[in-house]
Design a protein around this ligand. Structure first.
Ligand code: NAD
Length: 531
């Protein structure tokens, strides 16, 4: 039995397998599509109580989650490793750490982002204008499998701090660990005396996700593939449920002729081999200036050949684990085969590895990849470094912008002006200069994509405010009791409106003076007409 042979949309259970060994982990019950509304209803009831909690109380909740994650970090990493096949180091650095940082950041900065904001009341000086951040209600989160813990907690943290309940549909590919992850929330909610229904993780296939979109939730945060992102939009259009889409990427990693090559080589290794490349921000296309191309290729080849691959829970230490699903393994193998068939050269790896043991793809470097190879435009999501040669900045930018995606990008350069030019001109949601992926960990920065990588933002004040109704309110500053009478429309009202607008917006002293004179005449006519 393979890890996917029993995965069908109508199954009532999900059979879970360990990608590193193909051993069965267990079975998890599916929440059937028709049950999802009931789950959302429970969440909605819980939110009624939660919405009036103070920021201090919400900080206590996040603090309790943080304590639990820290106290059980080793155990949680073990669940992640077994379910997703990644290394313990990646689980600790790539899941536990960002989750803790997001909790810390939200506890520290969340309140400031959500306090009522006074803005100009414009043409109404007697009024006070405020933007109020009101919780939306229930937020539906639909998660992929590449970061089993982080994908669930990451969007839930700001949603909760903003006063919402959440229902999280986890990925069927990593369903086994969800029972343990639910305990994180349960323990924290119990500790601070809030109902468990405030955070519910449900399991299931695409149909359960689709049911969550149409369940009446107040917003959907979908993280996943472009193809399913489209389906989510189609479904959400029926009920006009707002969505945030965090989709895939085909990120460029640009190495300029003035880059520090040792720094570039190590950032490149992180960019492509973290989580065996199953990283939304993964560097998928290495765009290297001609004059440093050979030196860069030589260095990453040495580093890649030295990588140790195998079962992350095995006897010896490994640098890279398994692919999380057999389906993803096939995607990577197909794209590499297609490129090689069309003439690409394999410098390292290029095929499946440890075939008897589990779902592994060897750390791979491809060069001389022809323009028509699918791997240049389709998301790989695997441990494959595709290195392309360019002559200058213009060619690098054109290549970087040459796919339908736009999630992130990396630029290696020691020239600050050049870095700014790249940051301005690459079409992506973020750009990191001289390091890979750090934009995600600087939590004041918004995180998300443009074009085929989706829309809406998760981190930063934009991310937390996205979990709110950003409500416009005008309060009285001065108690002006006179009614603004519009009806019945008087004989001079049209002229009065026109001259008021001309005197407010007419450009140049002459035009303004003429408008004001005209306004005075019209006002006088109005008064006379009214007497
Ligand atoms: P996927 O689209 O196959 O599945 C994502 C989730 O959507 C799963 O829980 C799945 O069950 C659910 N789903 C499937 N069909 C659905 C439907 N019709 N309606 C609602 N939900 C549905 O993606 P995946 O293979 O799990 O994850 C890999 C993808 O996720 C990659 O493209 C990767 O780049 C992307 N990703 C993006 C980010 C980001 O922040 N931009 C982060 C991680 C992963």
């Amino acid at each position: 039995m393979t890890a996917e042979s029993k995965r069908t949309d109508s199954s009532l259970v999900i059979e879970c397998f360990e990608p590193a060994t193909r051993r069965k982990l267990g079975e998890v019950a599916v929440t059937r599509p028709e049950e999802v509304k009931q789950v959302v209803l429970k969440a909605r009831r819980a939110q009624q109580q939660f919405r009036s909690t103070s920021f201090a109380e919400r900080r206590e909740l996040l603090g309790a989650i943080l304590d639990h994650v820290l106290e059980h970090a080793d155990e949680l990493c073990d669940f992640i490793v077994r379910d997703a096949g990644k290394t313990r180091e990646n689980a600790m650095l790539g899941e536990i750490w960002p989750v803790c940082e997001k909790l810390r950041h939200t506890m520290q900065s969340g309140e400031e982002a959500l306090l009522p904001e006074t803005v100009s009341s414009g043409m109404f000086p007697h009024k006070r204008a405020e933007i109020r951040y009101i919780p939306l209600g229930v937020i539906g989160i639909i998660a992929p499998w590449n970061y089993p813990l982080q994908n669930l907690l990451g969007p839930a943290i700001p949603a909760l701090f903003a006063g919402n309940a959440v229902v999280i549909k986890a990925s069927e590919a990593v369903a086994w660990s969800t029972e343990r992850f639910q305990q994180i929330f349960d323990a924290a909610l119990d500790k601070v005396g809030l109902p468990r229904a405030l955070v519910q993780i449900i399991n299931g296939y695409g149909a359960t996700g689709a049911a969550l979109v149409s369940s009446g939730v107040d917003k959907v945060i979908f993280t996943g593939s472009m193809a399913n992102g489209r389906k989510v939009i189609e479904e959400s259009a029926k009920s006009l449920t707002p969505v945030i889409l965090e989709l895939g990427g085909k990120d460029a990693f640009i190495v300029c002729d003035d880059a520090n090559l040792e720094q570039a080589a190590h950032a490149a290794m992180a960019g492509v081999f973290i989580a065996a490349g199953q990283n939304c921000l993964a560097a998928e296309r290495f765009i290297v200036f001609d004059s440093v191309y050979d030196a860069f290729v030589g260095r990453v080849k040495v580093l890649t050949e030295a990588l140790r691959q195998g079962d992350p829970r095995g006897e010896s230490r490994v640098d890279i684990g398994a692919m999380a699903t057999p389906a993803q393994l096939r995607v990577v193998a197909d794209l590499v085969d297609d490129a090689v068939r069309r003439g690409a050269r394999v410098l390292v790896g290029g095929q499946r590895a440890l075939v008897e043991q589990g779902d592994y793809f060897a750390p791979t470097i491809l060069v001389d990849v022809p323009k028509d190879a699918r791997i240049l435009s389709e998301e790989t999501f695997g441990p494959v470094m595709v290195i392309l040669r360019v002559k200058d900045e213009e060619e690098a930018i054109a290549l970087a912008n040459g796919t339908e995606y736009g999630l992130s990008a990396t630029v290696m350069t020691t020239d600050a002006k050049r870095a700014e030019r790249f940051a301005e001109r690459i079409d992506s949601g973020g750009t990191s200069v001289n390091d890979f992926g750090f934009t995600y960990m600087a939590m004041d920065l918004p995180f998300g994509g443009v074009r085929g990588s989706g829309f809406g933002r998760l981190n930063g004040r934009e991310g937390i405010r996205a979990c709110c109704n950003q409500k416009a309110v005008l309060f009285d500053r001065l108690p002006v009791g006179a009614p603004s009478k519009l009806y019945p429309i008087g004989p001079f009202d049209y002229d009065l409106a026109r001259e008021t607008i001309r005197s407010l917006y007419g450009r140049g002293a002459v035009k303004k003076a003429s408008a004001v004179t005209q306004l005075a005449k019209t006002a006088w006519a109005t008064i006379r007409g009214n007497t």
